[in-house]
Design a protein around this ligand. Structure first.
Ligand code: ADP
Length: 263
């Protein structure tokens, strides 16, 4: 427990440090980007090679700015405005984005229609970010195509289950499952995936902040994450979000009542 506590503390101070650096860095990048975009308009005749160099500066600066944005999102993890919502709506939005932007050799299937899903108190933007991060990771794990499946369900965690799973707490949850048929992960990768800046992707492709951001957001929503992965077969991320307890109970009672009437 003490080790866990130290780890959380270490992550928090890392977050504070990172956001400080990110903020200053942003102030440095903004004028560079503005200048590099203005210059070609000011100078009347630029040769091809100079234009190429300017494009290189612009692209790199943009990549820097994107990284800074991600670091800030990671450090900001704890905030967010929570309202009661149906995860289904966020999921169908994310699926639309994914369908439009992912390569055609990735087959996307989803079952989000399940009628009686509980309500969660959540920040819509943060949940959207969680889903996109997981989908992008799934895409990157399937370079030559595969299946991406998104699925939603209610789950009641009881004391016996909570005892067996360190992260889980007793309660009602809405579970988002994101499954891919990609590379999968060996144990030495799996145990580090939530560490900030841990990545196996080539430089420029991954920041290693995706899953640490996801974990921060999920914890902020009273939830936890389960990962099942097998090398060569694929990976399943299960995101548990605490359901609004009263809403969950009320819906169940109503359903029981309805079912009782039908019998
Ligand atoms: P990034 O995507 O920038 O590398 P993440 O924190 O999102 O950062 O992921 C960390 C690492 O976890 C990835 O580099 C990859 O090795 C591994 N990973 C995450 N999701 C998957 C997945 N669905 N399949 C295989 N490996 C994954």
């Amino acid at each position: 427990l003490e080790r866990q506590f130290l780890r959380v503390q270490r992550l928090e101070s890392l977050g504070t440090l990172a956001s400080g650096i990110a903020h200053d860095f942003n102030n440095i990048l903004t004028p560079i980007l503005a200048a590099v975009q203005l210059l070609p308009m000011k100078v009347s005749s630029l040769d091809e090679q100079s234009l190429g160099l300017l494009t290189l500066i612009e692209d790199s600066t943009k990549r820097g700015a994107a990284l800074v944005k991600q670091i800030l999102a990671f450090a900001r993890g704890a905030e967010g405005k929570k309202v009661p919502l149906q995860v289904r709506h966020i999921l169908s939005e994310a699926i639309q984005v994914v369908r439009q932007t992912f390569p055609k050799n990735i087959k996307i299937s989803s079952d989000i229609s399940s009628a009686n899903l509980w309500t969660v108190a959540a920040d819509a933007n943060q949940l959207h970010q969680v889903l996109l991060n997981l989908c992008v990771n799934a895409r990157d794990a399937m370079p030559s195509g595969g299946n991406l499946t998104l699925f939603l369900e209610n789950q009641q965690i009881d004391a016996a289950y909570a005892r067996m799973n360190l992260e889980a707490c007793v309660g009602s949850y809405v579970v988002i499952k994101v499954t891919d048929t990609g590379t999968g992960m060996p144990p030495e990768v799996l145990e580090r995936i939530f560490d900030p800046f841990f990545t196996t992707k080539e430089p420029g492709k991954g920041t290693g902040l995706g899953l640490s951001t996801v974990l921060g957001i999920v914890k902020n929503h009273g939830g936890f994450i389960k990962v099942d992965s097998e090398v060569g077969r694929g990976t399943e991320f299960s995101i548990y979000l605490a359901a609004i307890a009263d809403a969950a109970r009320a819906q169940d009672e109503k359903l029981a009542l309805l079912q009782g009437q039908h019998e």
